[in-house]
Design a protein around this ligand. Structure first.
Ligand code: DOR
Length: 444
């Protein structure tokens, strides 16, 4: 296939010069890049004039559910939603039912991924058996089977002696632990950020200290073990300060934040809409501004969705009873481009700098090759129309669940085509008109 006249945005190239090129994909690989490449007979040609070509995004934190929670999401629908958002790799979290805490479940999961996924899925295994926080899983075996990281996300590992053992193992195995930083005693019965809004709404609040005290404790365990500890969904100024200092101390600490923490605040929880309930909760404008600066200065390494689907019935249980979590795969990139590099954003990152938080950043955390558009690389790429304005509706999306806080939001920029290893994983209908010949295309 030949993609003609696209502007390449390559995060692996140290320049923000964006050039218009043709790109040939054959056998799942990028085999030719240049201007006015002559077409081959029987080649499929895509007219990408006005579109950007970028390497597929990597989501460090996706809840794909399936198993006993197939009503919320399954591996097919979750990966379809990811492909529609420009992702070609997602890292599946391990708080499934049953959890990914032993080799048998892990292998069963791999079979389901092979059968159902439309993009690459990497699996996290649990830190502790049954996510009970007491006994460390067979990390060596799970790592040998391919687990890319270990996490009890959804819950913190509260017992620091257990966390220490897990981090010692992680260091020996050359892997990492992904922390869900939260002090559950401090969170108590809180359902949103502790703030003037929680008081006004009469809802119990979660103090920012709930996250930061856990970050502080676990940094000290990372210090004595020398292991790589990654903090998921960072939401507060206090956590950012701690992570900044730990990095300055030379510790192997990395961290991400989410598109919703970058674009919404606790004052958006105005009408008890449970699509604005997640853990950690939406914080203040000052926290949000600090997150954007921390991305720009490198304290935060990546943006990860924490895509957490829940059914309509579960989310309809009222603000106090509804489970935490929001979907996010289909909206992440346009939201973050607008927030971080759009007009009026005080951080003013370039487009490629923002893209790196979705590609180079997560790849480095996981020890994967840096995504790039170079000749000879796997064709994990997507085409993005930076000018299209559209209104997001989860009902028209691919996830089984509709618990998005961005329902009805006008977005600028849209994914039109996603290829994973050269195969079409997602195609937006109107993009079909850009194919000059469609013979020989395998739609998975
Ligand atoms: O909001 C959240 N939902 N935060 C988590 O840590 C877990 C996730 C889920 O699994 O639903």
């Amino acid at each position: 296939m030949l993609i003609q006249n696209c502007v390449l945005v390559d995060p692996s190239v140290n320049s923000s010069v964006e050039t218009k090129q043709d790109v040939r994909i054959d056998n799942g690989m990028i085999v030719d890049i240049g201007t006015a490449i002559p077409t081959h007979d029987s080649e499929t040609v895509f007219d990408a004039d006005g579109l950007l070509l970028m390497p597929g995004l990597i989501d460090l934190h996706t809840h794909l559910r399936d198993f006993g929670q197939g009503a919320k999401e399954d591996i097919a629908t979750g990966t379809q939603a990811a492909a529609a958002g420009g992702y070609t790799t997602v890292v599946a979290m391990a708080n499934t039912v049953p959890p990914i805490d032993n080799a048998m479940v892990y292998q069963h999961l791999q079979q389901m991924i092979a059968d159902k996924a439309v993009i690459r899925v990497l699996s996290v295994a649990n830190v502790t058996k049954g996510m009970a926080g007491k006994e460390v899983t067979e990390m060596a075996m799970l790592s040998e089977l391919g687990a890319v990281a270990f996490s009890d996300d959804g819950l913190p590992v509260t017992n620091l002696a257990v966390m220490r053992r897990a981090l010692e193992q992680a260091r020996a195995l050359g892997t990492l632990v992904i922390s869900h930083p939260e002090d559950r005693d401090l969170s108590g019965a809180g359902v949103m950020n502790e703030s003037a809004t929680s008081t006004a709404l009469g809802l119990a609040g979660v103090t920012t200290a709930s996250e930061a005290v856990c970050v502080a404790r676990e940094i000290e365990i990372a210090r004595i073990t020398g292991a790589h500890l990654h903090f998921a969904h960072i939401s507060t100024i206090a956590s950012i300060r701690l992570i900044e200092r730990a990095k300055a101390d030379g510790l192997s600490i990395t961290a991400d934040t989410t598109p919703h923490h970058l674009t919404l605040t606790d004052s958006d929880v105005g009408d008890f809409n449970t699509s604005f309930k997640m853990n950690p909760p939406l914080r203040s404008q000052a926290d949000q501004d600090a997150l954007t600066l921390a991305l720009k200065n490198g304290t935060l390494d990546a943006i990860a969705t924490d895509h957490a689907p829940h059914t309509h019935a579960e989310k309809g249980a009222g603000f106090n009873a509804a489970p935490c979590g929001v979907t996010g795969l289909e909206t992440a990139l346009p939201l973050c481009l607008e927030r971080l590099s759009g007009k009026g954003s005080q951080t003013q990152m370039s487009r490629v700098e923002v893209l790196r938080k979705f590609t180079s950043g997560p790849a480095k955390i996981l020890g994967l090759p840096e995504p790039s558009l170079a000749h000879g690389r796997s064709a994990d790429v997507f085409l993005f129309d930076p000018a299209e304005k559209w209104t997001y509706s989860p009902r028209n999306g691919h996830s089984k669940s509709h618990n998005s806080p961005f329902n009805g939001r006008t977005l600028t920029g849209r994914v039109l085509l996603t290829l994973c290893q050269g195969r079409i994983a997602y195609q937006h209908e109107p993009a079909m008109g850009r194919w000059i010949s469609i013979e020989g295309l395998a739609l998975k």
